[in-house]
Design a protein around this ligand. Sequence first.
Ligand code: NAD
Length: 379
Amino acid sequence: MPRPDEFVPGSFVHTFWPGRVVFGPGTLARVGDEVAALGVRRVLVVATNSARAAADAVQQQLGDRFAGRIDGVAQHVPTQLADAARTTARDVNADAAVAIGGGSAIGLAKAVALTSTDGVVVVAVPTTYAGSEMTPVWGETAGGSKATGVDSRVLPRVVVYDAELSRGLPVQVTAASVANAMAHCVEAVWTPKADPITEVIAVEGVRALSSGLRQVLMEPDDLEGRGRLVYGACLAGSALATAGTGLHHKLCHLLGGTYNLPHAETHAAVLPQVARIEAATVPASASRLAAALRGEDAAVGASTASGGRADGESAVDGESTAAEGLARGLFDLFRGAGVAVSLRELGLGREQVDEAVAAFGDDDLVREILVRAWDGVRP
Ligand code: NAD
């Protein structure tokens, strides 16, 4: 007989995406060998300006394989930038793109891979905790609207996680980026594609991100703390890759694409408010996430065996305690780290909240979430 707290799997679907992760301090030095092992010949380096030194090191390692370099990227992959990168990739006959930077650099390399007729493959060397490197998700913004999609061609073939690279990430940027990663983990338990394997990954991700952030806030260049954050980012990206996105990410993409709000900070303001409502539909999962956020142990895996909540179901009244605990824990963690927890602080106008609600079909739940997120009310 199983113990009462033992997880008994029901039925679920989980997709394992292929990909190789090379993890550890100093692994930047292995990028050249990893690229060589893929058998590619003409490598385009796509780097954020903040990681020029790392990009220089990779360029050196590539030797004859180095074909060209793009320095400078932008949030949400503007189509103009994506088109210019595609032209550069064609001009230098690239068959691979090594992205060094945060979600913006990786997003630009993905944009090249997405439309390439030469089968350009992506290698990612992340320097933030956004998690894009673990997903087959692409995004591109044109005319104030962000399009996203899933395509296995954009999934990086190799991801090199070197905690040294994010050591110099300013504390504010760090905390906001952690909020972005937290959002991947937290939302993974309630999307329609939620499953128990993903939940194990998501709960561990929350644990690593929470403890890593507390450590880094005390000592920003602490390599162990940075390592925990990088590990959490890897788990968070994996959770996003398999669970996909739900209401939280839809709201953030709408706000980011339409009002050009900073991506990571938008997550910090919106996530606690969405979690308060959505996590109430999966109370056992909410309780495990809340425990992980506090650094406590909790059995993982139960209650999502039949998958996530179907679209359209509403939150269950009276089961919100764990959800509220989770929502408050997230809010307090972000606020304590000095991240803006209101959309107002990010420059969104109150009338733009009404516009966004209208764009979501005047849904009452969305209104409640966005108004509270605009105000920065503690859940
Ligand atoms: P980003 O890449 O723009 O980086 C954020 C900031 O950090 C930038 O100012 C950058 O210059 C700075 N930075 C990066 N590395 C640094 C370093 N080592 N030291 C100092 N500063 C550094 O943004 P992000 O938050 O990493 O990613 C957000 C973008 O990624 C958004 O466009 C989002 O939509 C996308 N995203 C995509 C996915 C996906 O699966 N496709 C997942 C998460 C995020």
